[in-house]
Design a protein around this ligand. Structure first.
Ligand code: ZN
Length: 292
């Protein structure tokens, strides 16, 4: 069932688990995510980055929506890292139930203004909005990009930002980066900073750059308001590494139903682990609509 982010995350936030938000730009990954979510009785978020929608075209969202409607678990379709009102409007017209307006790289007042504009527009049609304060680092190997320097979220500024923008969820910068971490860089989540933000603002928090972090840190973060964890690289690496292997082993084959199943399996194994780690396994039952 397709739901809004607000409906999805208020339960996760209250019950202290996080829902995985997985990037999709092909049908194989959509199927892998929704099949795994149903198997694990877990809610799930399909997120599409502006680069990804450019790759596959707006029609791809119709496929995602149909798949979400038919799913036996709650599903959100979310715009990942929208940077302009054009991105937001395109996503809403396509039927996403949640959008992110990422003004984190802008001067603070500009970020507030831009995010508030997105909130006013999206709320008028019942769509949820994620804002971002502070910037997520960039390991240089993901399509999400990010900042070359991590600017941490200021817990005091977070109060002002949430109040003035009226966002439904807030992405925080607490030491994660997009993509995989180079060997010299150790991923470290600042739990004490997260705790302060959690005490200050009363909206569900979002962790970007969920790949390649120590499991204990991820688990711990869900105790302090992290209710959505974005994950792309870990899942795609499993999928495409297996696909590369299969393509070299079956060099003469060219049928999708021969080449894709093993890659799908590899992605599903990662997704199962992540749903267990995030604590969303079995939680679809907490949503009224999942009982039918
Ligand atoms: Zn991100």
């Amino acid at each position: 069932m397709l739901v809004t982010m607000k409906e999805l995350l208020q339960v996760a936030y209250k019950e202290k688990f996080a829902v995985g938000s997985f990037n999709v730009s092909n049908s194989e990954l959509v199927r892998a995510i929704l099949a795994t979510a149903e198997k694990k009785k877990s809610p799930a978020i399909l997120q599409i980055h502006p680069n990804e929608i450019d790759l596959v075209g707006d029609e791809f969202v119709s496929y995602c929506k149909e798949a979400a409607y038919k799913a036996k678990v709650p599903v959100v379709i979310h715009l990942d890292h929208g940077e302009s009102m054009d991105d937001v409007i395109r996503a809403i017209r396509n039927g996403y139930t949640s959008v992110m307006m990422d003004g984190s790289h802008l001067p603070y007042e500009e970020n507030v203004r831009k995010t508030r504009e997105a909130v006013e527009y999206a709320h008028s049609v019942g769509v949820s909005v994620e804002g971002e304060l502070g910037t997520i680092g960039d390991n240089g190997n993901s399509s999400e990009g990010g900042s070359s320097q991590i600017l941490y979220t200021d817990p005091e500024q977070a109060i002002d930002f949430v109040e003035r923008t009226n966002v439904d969820t807030l992405a925080v910068a607490i030491g994660t980066s997009h993509g995989f971490y180079p060997k010299h860089l150790e991923p470290k989540i600042q739990i004490d900073r997260l705790q302060k933000i959690y005490n200050n603002v009363k909206v569900p928090l979002v962790l970007h750059g969920g790949s390649d972090n120590p499991d204990e840190d991820i688990k711990e973060s869900t105790k302090y308001g992290i209710a959505k964890i974005n994950l792309s690289s870990d899942m795609k690496r499993a999928f495409f590494n297996q696909l590369r292997d299969t393509l070299s082993q079956k060099a003469e084959d060219f049928e999708p139903d021969v080449l894709f199943p093993e890659a799908n399996e590899a992605a599903r194994r990662v997704l199962e682990n992540k749903m267990d780690l995030f604590g969303s396994t079995g939680k679809a039952e907490l949503y009224q609509l999942s009982r039918f």
